[in-house]
Design a protein around this ligand. Sequence first.
Ligand SMILES: NC(=O)c1ccc[n+]([C@@H]2O[C@H](COP(=O)([O-])OP(=O)(O)OC[C@H]3O[C@@H](n4cnc5c(N)ncnc54)[C@H](O)[C@@H]3O)[C@@H](O)[C@H]2O)c1
Length: 349
Amino acid sequence: MPVVGHSALQQMVAGIYAAKGLAAPDASVVSRHQVEANLVGHDSHGVLLTAQYVRQIDAGEINVTAELEIEAESRGTAVFGGNWGFGYVMTEKAMAVLADKAREVGMASGVIRYQGHMGRLGGYADAAARAGLIALMTADSGRGPKAVAPFGGRTSRLGTNPICIAVPAGAYPPVVLDMATSSVAVGKLALARARGEQVAEGLILDKGGNPTTSPVDYFAGGTILPLGGAQGYKGFGLSFIVEILSGLLTGLGYGVAADGRHNDGSFIALFDVRQFRALADFRRDVDELIDYIHASPLAPGAAEVLYPGELEARTLASRREAGIPVEEATWAVLTGLAEGLGVPLPSAR
Ligand SMILES: NC(=O)c1ccc[n+]([C@@H]2O[C@H](COP(=O)([O-])OP(=O)(O)OC[C@H]3O[C@@H](n4cnc5c(N)ncnc54)[C@H](O)[C@@H]3O)[C@@H](O)[C@H]2O)c1
């Protein structure tokens, strides 16, 4: 598997988007978010998605010259229209507007609609937390075909509907809880299918609503169960709320849109810690809580206790150093795209 340095990989992906008409700063935002997903170990949201985004640009589904619009606002709220731009660009700009409002008012919230895929939520929330804000974000996974059944149902009615909450820490990287509310991500099923592997029990149903461990059954009309196994009503409950915040509060609606165009509805709330406590004291206390949790006596078979976001922070540190492993198939597609567009190729390590 080729291993590529993160800067070189980002430069190549940014070059592909620039060649497709995206302004250089925006190409940099999209490629940075994708490569960061690879760096933290969420390869399903990494450079793998470049080919899909290029197809969406070619099909006119992503507008590379779109500007973020503020459709309505108050001192502490905003409704953003993405004009079908890249979700990464629109969300990053919306976060900046909301961060200014949160610093002024103490807290701010907003919704974004009519934007493309916004990828991994943790990237935006982590940056806000580093700047002293607590960030809460949800996304409804677009208005294309749904993937997840409600608790007790056997057909897909919901997206994988992620929720992310990030909190500033001090010496530690921020706490970042960033999770789909489904029992498994679609990307992970695709990977298992490609590798000819089975998945664990209790994650998916086949077309007839029967439990299965075959990812092939999922892609043949099956569905994903909500997070929580026998207590899947909890994952379903979270997913239902995410759908309301990201789909209904945005005015986008629920289910599959007639045009099927990717439309990541999103809800964002930012809280300025300084309005509650001295930021340095809060950061210190979060560090101490992490130390306390780390020091837990271990369950049999467990090697350590981690806090939310810690695994990703570790993977980021090691992949920054060692480079990013890119699957052969993804590398072939990426380099093919780059060559076709006259973008220089980085050398794999
Ligand atoms: N834009 C979209 O439409 C969309 C849809 C679905 C998912 N996503 C993204 O997909 C990504 C993956 O989601 P996921 O649910 O597969 O993530 P995951 O299951 O890998 O991790 C979920 C959370 O658990 C934490 N965690 C993992 N292992 C841990 C351990 N051993 N101890 C303590 N904490 C641990 C992680 O830090 C993370 O906060 C997320 O970044 C999400 O934002 C995006």
